[in-house]
Design a binder for this molecule. Structure first.
Ligand code: NAD
Ligand code: DAU
Length: 351
């Protein structure tokens, strides 16, 4: 049985990746390593927690001794690394946490893998999950990020992710570590922490609270349904070429303000409100410091070389997302009140 270590599996994207691998590959044993920060929530995985091919390990990737022991104990065949501090606004107020988890944490995993795999590198894989934000901000409407776009990160978050990408490539070049990297655009869907634009707006609209739109709402993001990202990770893990980078995105750009108006229309319909009611909550607020203007991914490489494509249209995915948040009020209440943290802290000793 192959042993795969997935880091950050209790978070938003990681939980969808863990579920997909546990359900699809009964010949793999999936180890989910997560520190359970504010963003980690094991309730995201309640449907698979008793699966025979799944084990949860609570731990911190910044703790090198612990990571080395874990690799020595389990002989992982592969790593899919998603654990990170992921929210740009938090990186502006607390950049050091991002350097520690995203840069030092990734270096610890690479070191442990290098040590554990040194006699048989070719039969292993280190898959690093990254972001399109490493490429910086687009200003010409005709431009797209490709795999060869030079790195130009603008926030402490994207700089720390760029640092981790560079380390992964350095281990490939220097030690011949078998690696693959993907850089994905903005994800949305079930289980996203309600600090990010779409779940925060759904939560506020439902509660009749202001929807904070930064600046004039003219910034553009390229949105992909989270399960389509998880499917892309599966394809890249199994068919991607060692040493390569793959950009993931759905050719789906939206100005924030247009997205919020669409969301308001869906919410009016679902909540039985008069059309235009929810949009009255839109409130323009002070812009994010250093706010990147536009992200847009050219996903031709993964589409042509690996045959992946998104399965959902945006309107359909957004409607499904709204329905999920309206049906899972307990999840949302536990997350916004912090109840979920106490419960899992009690269950798993922290390191
Ligand atoms: P998230 O914040 O929802 O989840 C991150 C997970 O990592 C949490 O479960 C958290 O507990 C865990 N974690 C944090 N620090 C840790 C540490 N020191 N040790 C062990 N575990 C730790 O993030 P997400 O949105 O699911 O993003 C997952 C990955 O995908 C990140 O690497 C992110 O950069 C990347 N990514 C995210 C998006 C997006 O739109 N959300 C897009 C592209 C790439
Ligand atoms: O592009 C991929 C990245 O997408 C990931 O690497 C990050 O982990 C993920 O958080 C996301 O980053 P963004 O900063 O683009 O996502 P966020 O949801 O925070 O913001 C989306 C846009 O909406 C952005 O232009 C800022 C704006 N915004 C955000 C919030 C939280 C608002 O206008 N109001 C808000 O309250």
């Amino acid at each position: 049985m192959k042993k795969i270590l997935i880091t950050g599996g209790a978070g938003f994207i990681g939980s969808h990746v863990v579920r997909l691998f546990v359900n699809r590959y009964s010949d793999y044993h999936i180890f989910n390593l997560d520190k359970l920060t504010y963003a980690g929530n094991l309730a995201n995985l309640s449907d698979i927690e008793t699966a025979p091919n799944y084990t949860f390990v609570r731990g911190d990737i910044v703790d090198a001794e612990f990571i080395n022991q874990l690799f020595a104990q389990h002989h992982f065949d592969g790593v899919i690394h998603l654990a990170a501090e992921s929210h740009v606004d938090r990186s502006i107020t607390d950049p050091l946490s991002f350097v520690l988890t995203n840069v030092v944490g990734t270096a610890n995993l690479l070191n442990a893998a290098r040590q554990a795999w040194k006699n048989d590198l070719a039969n292993h894989l280190f898959y690093h999950v990254s972001t399109d934000e490493v490429y910086g901000s687009l200003h010409d409407p005709k431009d797209f990020f490709t795999e060869t776009t030079p790195y130009d990160p603008q926030s402490p978050y994207s700089a720390s992710k760029a640092g981790s990408d560079h380390l992964v490539r350095a281990y490939y070049n220097t030690y011949k570590m078998p690696v693959v990297i993907s850089n994905c655009s903005n994800n949305y869907g079930p289980n996203q922490f309600p600090e990010k634009l779409i779940p925060l707006s759904i939560h506020n609209i439902k509660a009749n609270k202001p929807i904070p739109v930064y600046g004039k709402g003219e910034n553009v993001r390229d949105w992909l349904y989270v399960i389509d990202h998880a499917r892309a990770i599966d394809v890249i893990y199994h068919q991607g070429k060692t040493g390569e980078t793959y950009n993931i995105g759905g050719f789906n750009e939206w100005r924030n303000i247009d997205l919020i108006h669409l969301l308001c229309r869906i919410m009016d319909k679902k909540l039985g409100r008069a059309e235009g009611e929810s949009a009255k909550l839109i409130t323009f607020v002070t812009d994010r410091a250093g706010h990147d203007l536009r992200y847009a991914i050219d996903a031709s490489k993964i589409m042509h070389e690996l045959g992946w494509k998104p399965s959902l249209q945006f309107e359909e995915g957004l409607e499904k997302t709204v329905e999920w948040y309206l049906a899972n009020t307990e999840w949302l209440e536990n997350v916004t009140s912090g109840t979920y943290r106490q419960y899992y802290s009690d269950q798993y000793a922290s390191r």
